[in-house]
Design a protein around this ligand. Sequence first.
Ligand code: TRP
Ligand code: SF4
Length: 337
Amino acid sequence: MENKKNILTGERPTGRLHLGHYFGALKRRVELQEDYNTYIIIADVQALTDNFDNPEKVRKNIREVVLDNLAVGIDPEKSTIFIQSMIPEIAELTVYYSNLVTVSRLYRNPTVKTEIKQKKDVFGNEGESVTYGFLGYPVSQAGDITAFDGALVPVGADQIPVIEQTKEIVRKFNKIYGPTLVEPQHLLSENSRIKGLDGNEKMGKSLNNAIFLSDDYETISKKIMGAITDTNKIKKNDPGNPDNCMVYYYHKLVNKDNVKTVNVECRAGTRGCVDCKKELIESMMKFLKPIQERRKYYEERPEVVDEILKKGTEKAGKKAKEVMKRVRQNMKIDYFD
Ligand code: TRP
Ligand code: SF4
C-alpha cells in the first residue's frame, strides 16, 4: 500500500454532481482507486473564492458531493475523502508558493482567463471583480496536490492549465530549496467533456443543461423530452441525422447495447423522436439505478457519512503534516525542531 503512488483529485462543493462529472472524472476515479492511494479533496476553500458571500451553499454541498462520490462507487476503505479547510497545511503551503508565481502568469493562465471572462461585475467590467483569492486559486490548488505528494491528478480538460501551474511551482520550489515536492502529472479521462442537454459543448450546473446523478424519473423525463434533436426531422417517419441530435449523443453514453439500432432506424426514418426519447429515459434510469441506490443507502445513514469524512480528514491531516515537515526543513523555517 505504501509503495503505491498517490492520486489527488476532487471537486468544489457548489452543487450535486452530474453526468459531466461522471464521464469526465468520477468513472475513472473509481477504477483508479484500486491501484493508487486516492485522496479526494472536497475543495471548500476553493469554492469560497467564488462563493465567499454564500457560505451556507458551500457547507450544504459538502455532503452532496461526498454522497455523489460514494454513490458512484468510491470506497472509503480505499480512498480518503477529506475537507480542504480542515487541513491548515494547504493554506500554509499556499502562502509560501505565492512567492514562486507572478501575478501576470496567473492572469495568463487559460483556465483563470476563461473564468474571469465569465465573471463580469454588475457594470460589465471584467477585471473589477477579480479578487486576490480568486486569482490565486491555482496556487492554492498546488497546495492541495503537493500536500499529499499527489503524483497523478485526474481532471477534466479545462483544468489542465491549473495543473500545469502546479508543475511550474513544484519545479521552482525544488530548484530553490532542493528536492522536496512530488511533481504531478495530469490524467485526462477518455470523455473529458460531456455536452449539455442544449447542445452546449459543456454540461454545467450554472448552464442549466445538466442531468444530475441524483435526478429522479420525473426530472429526467422532462429534461430528455426537452432535449435538442435533429431539427430537420419533423415528422415521425422523416429520416434524421443522429449526429445532430443530443438524444443520440446520450444514447451513445448510456445505451451502448442498442445505440447502433438507434442510429440505423433514425437514418432510415423508422424511428420517431418521441419513442427514441422514451427509450433514452429508460436507459438513463437503468444506468443511474445502482448509483442512486448507493446514494440512498448513505443518505439514510448520515452518521456513517460523517464518520467517513472525519476519518478521511484525520488521515489526510497526518499525511499533510509529514509533507509540511519536509517543506519547513528545506525552506529552513523549522525553527524549534
Ligand atoms: N479546481 C477543481 C475544479 O474546479 C477542484 C479542485 C480543487 C481540484 N483542488 C483540486 C482538482 C486538486 C484536482 C486537484 O473542479
Ligand atoms: Fe434523435 Fe432519435 Fe430523433 Fe434520431 S430519432 S433525431 S436519434 S431523437
